[in-house]
Design a protein around this ligand. Structure first.
Ligand SMILES: Cc1cc2nc3c(=O)[nH]c(=O)nc-3n(C[C@H](O)[C@H](O)[C@H](O)COP(=O)(O)OP(=O)(O)OC[C@H]3O[C@@H](n4cnc5c(N)ncnc54)[C@H](O)[C@@H]3O)c2cc1C
Length: 226
């Protein structure tokens, strides 16, 4: 994994630039903690942004984000190589200021821009699907593998992490001096997201054990900060 990369002109954060980071460790830590990516493309019908599962790994050509979808998915129909913008956002808290103008959120976010390319070779496709699956739900080793028809119906895309940016806000509201002695409350409301206890499917037959990776999720922070 590269230690750092310079932002490109189009991944340079302009407003709130002090909160921006472009090093691989920060970008990867946000992507590791996130669960859902919002992926935007331009289609013949206009722009579309879809929430999708994703995975991250160091590929042969460098770090990459992997996404998958049905071939019929509007985004996947766009073509073989596709200009995308992928965003992952984690909200860590509400920042309540003394005036609504200064209300904010504590957050960690990443924006990845680049050309997505399809992974078609069957073994490479399976390996990529495992990365996506296990990013959120580590069950690949404990579940039925995808069938050949599952694989044929699924397109897997790789997006290089080379052009990416992170933005992180933490801490108190930033109020104006004239408000500091005023009557209004200010502070932070943390947002905590935890996985609950696994709840067996109503049609579960026999008594298969909860996969270890699923059992281990219970009670853990869904968006760990490190
Ligand atoms: C939960 C949340 C809520 C937000 N709410 C608002 C809001 O209500 N209004 C508002 O104006 N802004 C909001 N922001 C900030 C917003 O995402 C942009 O960072 C901000 O608008 C400044 O963009 P810019 O003009 O500097 O960047 P642009 O010129 O729009 O973008 C240039 C490049 O900067 C990078 N970049 C921009 N924003 C981010 C980001 N958040 N994370 C990682 N990389 C980024 C991207 O690589 C992008 O290609 C919010 C952010 C988060 C995470």
């Amino acid at each position: 994994m590269p230690a750092a990369h310079a932002p490109s002109p189009r991944t340079t954060v302009r407003r709130g630039a002090a909160r921006a980071a472009y090093d691989a460790d920060t970008v990867r830590s946000v992507l590791s903690a996130g669960v859902i990516a919002h992926v935007g493309v331009t289609t013949d019908d206009g722009p579309i942004v879809l929430p999708m599962a994703y995975g991250v790994r160091d590929g042969a050509a460098g770090a990459e984000v992997l996404i998958h979808g049905a071939l019929a998915n509007a985004m996947m129909r766009v073509g073989e190589s596709l200009d995308v913008c992928l965003t992952v956002t984690i909200v860590d808290g509400l920042v309540v200021a003394r005036t609504p103008f200064h209300n904010s959120m504590n957050y960690r976010s990443v924006v990845v821009r680049g050309m997505a390319s399809a992974i078609r070779e069957p073994d490479a496709k399976l390996a990529a699907l495992r990365v996506i699956n296990d990013h959120v739900t580590p069950t690949w080793a404990d579940a039925r593998p995808p069938s050949n028809s599952d694989l044929r119906a699924t397109l897997v895309l790789s997006i290089p992490l080379a052009e990416s940016s992170a933005k992180v806000r933490s801490g108190d509201p930033i109020d104006e001096d004239i408000d500091l002695d005023g009557p209004h409350w200010a502070g932070v409301v943390p947002l905590e997201t935890r996985w609950g206890r696994p709840d067996a499917a109503r049609d579960l037959r026999g008594n298969p054990p909860v996969p270890p990776g699923v059992a281990a999720l219970a009670g853990t922070d869904a968006h760990p900060s490190r």
